[in-house]
Design a protein. Structure first.
Ligand SMILES: *[C@@H]1O[C@H](CO)[C@@H](O)[C@H](O)[C@H]1NC(C)=O
Ligand SMILES: *[C@@H]1O[C@H](CO)[C@@H](O)[C@H](O)[C@H]1NC(C)=O
Ligand SMILES: *[C@@H]1O[C@H](CO)[C@@H](O)[C@H](O)[C@H]1NC(C)=O
Ligand SMILES: *[C@@H]1O[C@H](CO)[C@@H](O)[C@H](O)[C@H]1NC(C)=O
Ligand SMILES: *[C@@H]1O[C@H](CO)[C@@H](O)[C@H](O)[C@H]1NC(C)=O
Ligand SMILES: *[C@@H]1O[C@H](CO)[C@@H](O)[C@H](O)[C@H]1NC(C)=O
Ligand SMILES: *[C@@H]1O[C@H](CO)[C@@H](O)[C@H](O)[C@H]1NC(C)=O
Ligand SMILES: *[C@@H]1O[C@H](CO)[C@@H](O)[C@H](O)[C@H]1NC(C)=O
Ligand SMILES: *[C@@H]1O[C@H](CO)[C@@H](O)[C@H](O)[C@H]1NC(C)=O
Ligand SMILES: *[C@@H]1O[C@H](CO)[C@@H](O)[C@H](O)[C@H]1NC(C)=O
Length: 486
């Protein structure tokens, strides 16, 4: 019984080992880089074992040339008259040949990779195809001869040898192949491209073309659609007090008083990582409606300390004051998105493809000021009301968006409907509002009772800059001041 169990465990372990060794097999594609002799790993190309290749899936395999198909040989066209120049692709493949990887050709619909080295031509059934993942790689065949020393971006067969091809000369009699795919065994002066010709014989050439992959220099994530209904909090929201402030009207007239509260918090954004996208590239982001978001470095979590201002505006009768607490929720949330990724290349070319992912964002949400009861400055007793207190304040005139690191929001708290802002637009620094048709008895507070408020001191809110200006005038000015502070 025990023995049987042991046996079972051993089998499971064996299975795991096999599984691991299969998935960790190195099918990464190396390309020559400008960084010394250290090849880079391509993010967009990979060697795909033919056993994993399902022609029904629309995977892109790098093509190295074409084979002309003579009439009659091609059955796919019933009406031969309509048949265009029939060409069949020749795919780039590699096979282990005398214990080294050698590049060669897999003809369309054939299931063998034909390679050669040292005069020995062989076709293998176990081989790998060069896959262009999601069609994201930009590949080209660049001229090579012995004067080309280190072709940047050249695709390696394994570690040092390169994927190459020889262009079939028109002078050869009735050539069927456009190119012979093979291996450049060395990039040094006496390098030679070795390939199998269409008659199955090894040939070599001192010049030809190398397969080159060009990596983009930056990305553009455009037409981003955030799927807000699928938004999810990763951690519970944490309620946070951003600042406490007391706003007072020491003037002679009823007035709108503004107080700019600044606060700093950690803001983080992460657009995720994906295969076939190069980490570390500068990326611009544009929402579907055209709004630009701040640039990011792809694949990196972008963290910064953000300082923002929230402009609290309250209407106060002379000789009164109110305490305001600015509250918010700190959230860590994620939201799925779809977008178009545009790769920009050094030569100005672009390639685009649709992608989807999940955006993670840590930020402050639901920023709301909470107003205490309005009280008399002279005796700290709560101003009595004759009408029910307001239950809500006006929503902020701007909302939190991750577009800037410095922004201003404001809310005007009006104990009572006071008419429109145009009434107060032509104001001077004396914070005097044209007298409204109301008296002190119309002012409200939250509980109405004539409470005695003790310990009323001069609150010196570090976080809030006092402003005696009207909100319309104040906002840009405050921003200016705050910019200088931060
Ligand atoms: C591909 O699709 C065809 C028909 O749809 C099917 O007969 C064949 O088995 C599929 N091949 C693989 C490898 O799934
Ligand atoms: C292939 O066929 C086309 C058209 O018949 C011809 O122009 C071309 O020379 C042929 N051979 C090659 C190697 O392209
Ligand atoms: C604001 O006041 C509350 C209670 O009165 C206190 O717990 C909190 O620390 C204060 N916050 C700031 C930012 O001053
Ligand atoms: C990203 O952009 C910044 C400024 O636009 C530039 O200084 C930096 O070199 C770029 N980084 C990369 C990896 O291109
Ligand atoms: C675009 O959408 C974002 C979020 O969906 C929104 O915050 C922003 O105001 C919109 N911009 C425009 C110009 O509609
Ligand atoms: C963002 O990147 C684009 C393209 O590299 C650049 O033109 C733009 O100035 C950058 N914007 C910021 C705010 O750095
Ligand atoms: C943000 O501020 C905290 C302390 O307030 C500091 O430890 C951290 O390094 C800052 N981070 C950045 C990105 O400036
Ligand atoms: C914070 O989030 C909780 C739960 O999502 C919500 O009930 C509460 O109203 C939020 N706080 C603020 C200040 O909006
Ligand atoms: C507090 O002072 C105001 C005028 O400054 C007065 O109207 C009010 O009755 C006083 N309240 C108390 C409880 O003394
Ligand atoms: C207003 O704030 C001051 C200073 O923080 C405090 O002493 C006073 O009790 C507060 N008043 C009310 C009505 O909350």
């Amino acid at each position: 019984m025990l023995r049987q169990k042991d046996c079972h465990v051993a089998l499971v372990l064996l299975g795991c080992v096999i599984f691991l060794s299969m998935t960790t097999a190195d099918n990464s594609v190396h390309i020559l880089s400008k960084y010394a002799h250290q090849p880079l790993t391509s993010t967009t190309l990979r060697w795909l074992p033919v056993a994993h290749y399902n022609p029904n899936e629309s995977k892109q395999i790098v093509i190295g040339g074409f084979e002309n198909v003579s009439d009659g040989e091609d059955e796919t066209y019933a009406n031969q008259a309509e048949k265009p120049e029939a060409r069949r692709p020749l795919y780039v493949c590699r096979a282990m040949h005398s214990s080294v990887w050698v590049a060669g050709t897999q003809k369309d619909k054939e299931k063998v990779c034909t390679v050669t080295i040292h005069g020995v031509v062989q076709s293998y059934e176990k081989y790998e195809l060069l896959e262009n993942i999601d069609g994201a790689a930009r590949t080209a065949w660049d001229h090579w001869d012995r004067f080309v020393q280190s072709p940047l971006g050249a695709v390696c067969v394994d570690k040092t040898w390169l994927v190459a091809r020889h262009m079939v000369s028109k002078n050869e009699k009735d050539p069927r192949y456009t190119h012979y795919i093979g291996t450049l065994s060395s990039t040094e002066n006496f390098g030679t491209i070795v390939y199998v010709n269409e008659n199955g014989k090894e040939e070599s050439a001192k010049a030809g073309e190398l397969l080159v992959e060009t990596e983009p220099i930056r990305y553009e994530l455009s037409a981003v659609k955030l799927t807000w209904p699928k938004q999810r909090d990763i951690k519970p929201r944490i309620s946070r007090i951003l600042s406490n402030v007391t706003i007072t009207n020491h003037g002679m007239e009823p007035s709108d008083l503004a107080e700019a509260c600044t606060y700093t918090y950690k803001y983080a954004i992460y657009w995720g990582r994906r295969h076939a996208i190069l980490n570390g590239l500068n990326t611009t982001i544009t929402l579907a409606n055209g709004t630009s978001l701040p640039n990011i470095t792809w694949g990196m979590r972008d963290e910064k300390n953000r300082t923002e201002a929230y402009n609290v505006v309250v209407f106060l009768e002379p000789g009164t004051g109110v305490n305001v607490t600015l509250k918010a929720n700190y959230t860590d949330m994620e939201v799925p998105y779809t977008a178009t990724l545009i790769s920009h290349y050094e030569d100005g070319a672009t390639m685009s493809r649709p992608i989807s992912g999940t955006r993670q964002e840590e930020t402050l949400l639901d920023i709301v000021p909470e107003f205490g009861p309005v009280y008399f400055l002279s005796n700290y007793s709560v101003v009595p009301t004759t009408v029910p207190p307001p239950t809500t304040t006006e929503p902020p005139t701007t909302t939190v968006t991750p577009t800037t690191t410095m922004q201003s929001q404001e809310t005007t708290h009006r104990p009572r409907q006071m008419g429109n802002a145009a009434d107060t637009a032509d104001h001077d620094e004396n914070m005097i509002v044209p007298p409204k048709k109301m008296d002190a008895s119309n002012m409200q507070n939250d509980d109405g009772g004539p409470l005695s408020l003790k310990n009323k001191g001069d609150y010196s809110g570090v976080a809030c800059a006092k402003s005696s200006l009207l909100t319309l005038v104040a906002s840009p000015l405050l921003l200016l001041i705050l910019h200088r502070i931060t």
